[in-house]
Design a binder for this molecule. Sequence first.
Ligand code: FPP
Length: 236
Amino acid sequence: MPVPSQIPRHIAIIMDGNGRWAKERGLPRRAGHRAGADAVGHVVDACQELKVGYLTLYAFSSENWKRPAGEVKSLMKLLERFLKEKTSEMDERGVRLQAIGRLKDLPESCQQQLHEAVERTRSNTGLTLILALSYGGREEIIDGIKSVIHHVREGHLDVGMLDPDVFAKHLYTRYYPDPDLLIRTSGEMRVSNFLLWQISYAEMYITKTLWPDFRKEELLAAVTDYAARSRRFGGI
Ligand code: FPP
């Protein structure tokens, strides 16, 4: 497949279908998550090749805490192992790792690994990989409102100056451009509390492929589809 004519600057992905992938194979759900973590590696490589600037992955939502304790624990362990095993390689390849969400909710050891990975890769200039962890779009907006109130009370912000650009500076994503392309795997047609503010003008691409099977070819198909669309941002 040829390189698409337009590469999105920022791709966001709702990685869905790990459980179904495992079920189809008669495996425990954690095996699906493990295969999902392997797919992350493939997609990071593909984004680097395509020179995508930012990749945000919905790795653990605010709602995911409601899953059985055993599954939550195995997801946290997997995240920790991913950070431990992949940070050196990502660093060598120039990837800058970042995270958004209520990170203080994560287990201490996870926060520590995350902190090390972020610090180690801080000055890299290749792909920025943003992991959304204990992340919820509504929670982010609430945290943004609290930040605005704090700034107003401290006299650093005049309420009359509040507009979408100013508010965006109070979100977790203040350092990144909005996603251009939102991908969801496993065929579900939902946004599921992901980047609610930021996806206002994102193009959506939904594929039936389950996340553990997602590879470079599928990413290329999504980007090729994106490149063929005309984005008008409400204009004509
Ligand atoms: C959805 O599958 C996926 C998740 C809840 C979490 C995503 C996590 C990973 C891809 C693995 C770890 C990630 C990193 C960055 C190391 P599901 O369990 O909802 O699947 P189902 O809808 O088929 O049950």
